[in-house]
Ligand binder design. Structure first.
Ligand code: OSB
Ligand code: MG
Length: 368
């Protein structure tokens, strides 16, 4: 397989509702879409970087440059034995996994389409239906948070994740737990605490959360191990795990009991599968994280979630929770049982709404 062209597009998509984490509030996404063309077909990927380098070091503009100047030149025009080779071809780039993943995932989509197979089967997925949870941001009031949770539970979602930060944590979790004693509940801190906060975080043990996600620094596995030794609640690592080796190290030192896999954060499908396999071999369950993706990234997340060790509900949910109009048709829908059905269509399984993509594109560049 040879890639003849790569087209980058930046699209702007306003969120239906702002999304707030410990590092800030997002109201509109600036998303880089990657279209790869080769062998008479096209594949699509999405760069999942945020608008600012606050979740990790990447952001929309850095990703554009990394793909244009460092990823595209090594893959364009080269004879690729398979999509699985793309990861190694860009492994010399330090960091910037999300930019690398945008291209890598597009090549996997292309390869699946050329093979006439759904992407989820092509990557080795085995489940045709995936379990869905939701991630709910920090709200302006606890009442508003409780109303949102009620709505998501009524829609069928199987697990609620709430964002926490200092000043919006123990008391808010207590009120949510009192109102919903039986639900699968977890909290995500996005690195808002330090090891010195261990006693404060121990108070969360009273609310039998499924897990607490990434309480400490984005790059500190060691302190997570120290904190885990003092918490009953399992720690789930997100930001810290950027490749399979880091997953092995984190598990080996008991820094976590669960890992969230994000396609972008680990650099694409090849590495995501390695993280998945490393966790499975060590008895660590995984689930698929989200980055407020458009339909393209969402479809990739669905495919990823069909691998067999994705045993916990992920942050992959319906398009309508984010967008008044998604860029794929049909939009991603969730069943009343809180699941998404993987489709049998070739590639990522949804059609691209090219007219709408054109309307919301603010810059475009074709390489090759
Ligand atoms: O930490 O999982 C996270 C969104 C942006 C940045 C980081 C995170 C998130 C989410 C949202 O939790 C998940 C989603 O609904 O896409
Ligand atoms: Mg997280």
């Amino acid at each position: 397989m040879k890639l003849s062209r790569i087209t980058l597009r930046e699209i702007r998509m306003p969120l239906v509702h702002f999304f707030e984490t410990s590092f800030g509030r997002t109201t509109e996404r600036r998303i880089v879409l990657v279209e790869v063309e080769g062998e008479g077909a096209a594949g699509w990927g999405e760069v999942t970087a945020g608008e600012n380098p606050f979740y990790n070091e990447e952001w929309t503009d850095s990703a554009w440059l990394i793909v244009r100047d460092y990823v595209a030149p090594v893959v364009l025009g080269r004879e690729l034995g398979s999509a699985a080779e793309v990861s190694a071809l860009t492994a010399h780039i330090r960091g910037h996994q999300m930019a690398r993943a945008g291209v890598e995932a597009a090549v996997w989509d292309l390869e699946a389409r050329l093979a006439g197979k759904p992407l989820w089967r092509h990557i080795g997925g085995t489940r045709s239906e995936i379990a869905c949870g939701v991630s709910i941001g920090i709200q302006d009031s606890v009442e508003q948070l409780i109303r949102k949770i009620e709505r998501e539970l009524a829609a069928g979602y199987q697990r609620i994740k709430m964002k926490i930060k200092p000043g919006w944590d123990v008391d808010v979790v207590r009120r949510v737990r009192e109102r919903f004693p039986g639900i699968k509940l977890m909290a995500d801190a996005n690195s808002a605490y330090r090891l010195e906060d261990a006693e404060h975080l121990q108070q969360l043990d009273a609310f039998y959360l499924m897990m607490i996600e990434q309480p400490l620094a984005h790059d500190d596995i060691i302190d997570h191990a120290r904190l885990q030794a003092r918490l009953e609640t399992p720690i789930c690592l997100d930001e810290c795990i950027r490749n399979a080796h880091m997953a092995e190290q984190a598990i080996g030192m008991r820094a976590c009991g669960i890992i969230n896999i994000k396609l972008g954060r680990v650099g694409g499908f090849s590495e995501a599968r390695r993280v998945h396999d490393a966790c499975r071999e060590r008895g660590i369950p995984v689930w698929c994280g989200g980055m407020l993706e458009s339909g393209v990234g969402r479809a990739h997340n669905i495919a990823l979630s069909t691998l067999d060790n994705f045993v916990l509900p992920g942050d992959v949910s319906a398009s309508r929770r984010y967008w008044s109009r998604d860029i794929i048709t049909p939009p991603v829908e969730v069943t009343p049982a809180g699941t998404i059905q993987a489709t049998e269509a070739p590639g990522l399984g949804y059609s691209l709404d090219l007219d709408y993509i054109r309307q919301i594109t603010v810059r475009e560049e074709t390489l090759g």
